[in-house]
Design a protein around this ligand. Structure first.
Ligand SMILES: [Fe+2]
Length: 319
């Protein structure tokens, strides 16, 4: 039985905080649902969360802006690279025009015989709009995006990998891939877990790029989180993964809004197994209407609130 219920969130290392807010809230019209900090280490770094109208777990993109700390990463192979976003097929033309109007270069491509719109985050991370017609998730009509065109949420992740076979093996043996592997040139696609939003994985065979960096650094994907729904599911899958010999897996970490373990996959991409537990969720410290309006800190950092806040660049979400 599979325990994976689609995507939970994706986390990216980006450059400046304000340019990241402007991109997700201003250009993409996403909903700013949480502003907090990186929980690991002691350096004050924002952790910013964006989502669709309901804040569905499968629609959340989160970012660590590293410009102030001066950390830059390198995109390459053996690394998650592409943020695949789900929009209605008929909205791809709208997004192409809107992105250009906002000064973003777009590339119209055809993958698996379907039109896609490719573009980049200001830090260089690759984003792709994929047309999906039966997506039930309601997009957030922010900053003038008409509701019928709004982004439903995450469609999946594109991972560059030198030896895709090892990642296919991992997916089949312990990560509950399903359906046929569909191939288009260097790209192979499959789904993981149950039929749930955001469960698409695309592997791009890439033997030409140098290996990308895994540490924190602007311009790189950090990890993709899958929705395990319950702590029991999470625990069972963790044991299955370890039992398969993939022992590079972390202990359980409390992320306040959810609880997670992290596993380094044979593709280099870091996978997180996330559970929004009963005491968590986006509304555990803000009402549904106030989401993202106040700076939130986990308990262990509360006594450093002033110091942390004074070290972070001010950000404004006016849109
Ligand atoms: Fe995460």
């Amino acid at each position: 039985m599979s325990h994976i219920r689609g995507s939970h969130h994706m986390t990216l290392s980006v450059g400046g905080a304000q340019e990241d807010v402007d991109f997700h809230v201003g250009t993409l019209g996403m909903r700013f649902i949480k502003r907090t900090v990186l929980f690991d280490g002691s350096l004050p770094i924002y952790h910013l969360y964006y989502s669709n109208a309901a804040g569905d777990p499968s629609a959340v993109l989160t970012t660590f802006p590293w410009r102030q700390a001066g950390l830059v990463g390198r995109r390459g192979t053996n690394q998650a690279r592409e943020v695949l976003l789900s929009v209605p097929s008929g909205s791809l033309g709208y997004w192409s025009r809107r992105l250009v109007e906002h000064g973003v270069d777009v590339f119209d491509t055809e993958v698996f015989d379907r039109h896609r719109v490719e573009f980049r985050h200001p830090s260089g991370i690759e984003y792709v709009m994929v047309g999906v017609d039966d997506d039930p998730r309601v997009g957030h009509a922010g900053n003038g995006v008409p509701p019928e065109h709004a982004i439903h949420g995450i469609h999946g992740v594109g991972i560059h990998v030198a030896t895709p076979e090892r990642m296919v093996e991992f997916s089949e043996e312990v990560f509950h891939s399903q359906g046929k592997l569909v191939e288009d040139g260097d790209r192979a696609a499959f789904r993981v877990g149950e039929d749930a939003p955001g469960n698409h994985v695309e592997l791009i065979a890439d033997r030409s790029d140098d290996q990308g960096t895994w540490r924190y650094g602007a311009g790189t994907f950090h990890h993709v989180a899958w929705n395990l729904e319950t702590l029991e599911n999470q625990d069972e899958l963790k044991f299955e993964i370890e039992g398969g010999g993939y022992t590079d897996i972390s202990e359980l970490k409390d992320r306040k809004y959810f609880k997670s373990v992290y596993v380094r996959t044979p593709a280099g991409a870091l996978f997180e197994l996330a559970v929004t537990h009963a005491e968590g969720g986006w509304t555990c410290d803000e009402s549904p209407h106030e989401l993202g309006t106040r700076f939130q800190l986990p308990e262990q950092f509360e006594d450093r609130r002033e110091e942390i806040f004074s070290k972070l660049e001010p950000i404004e979400a006016t849109k």
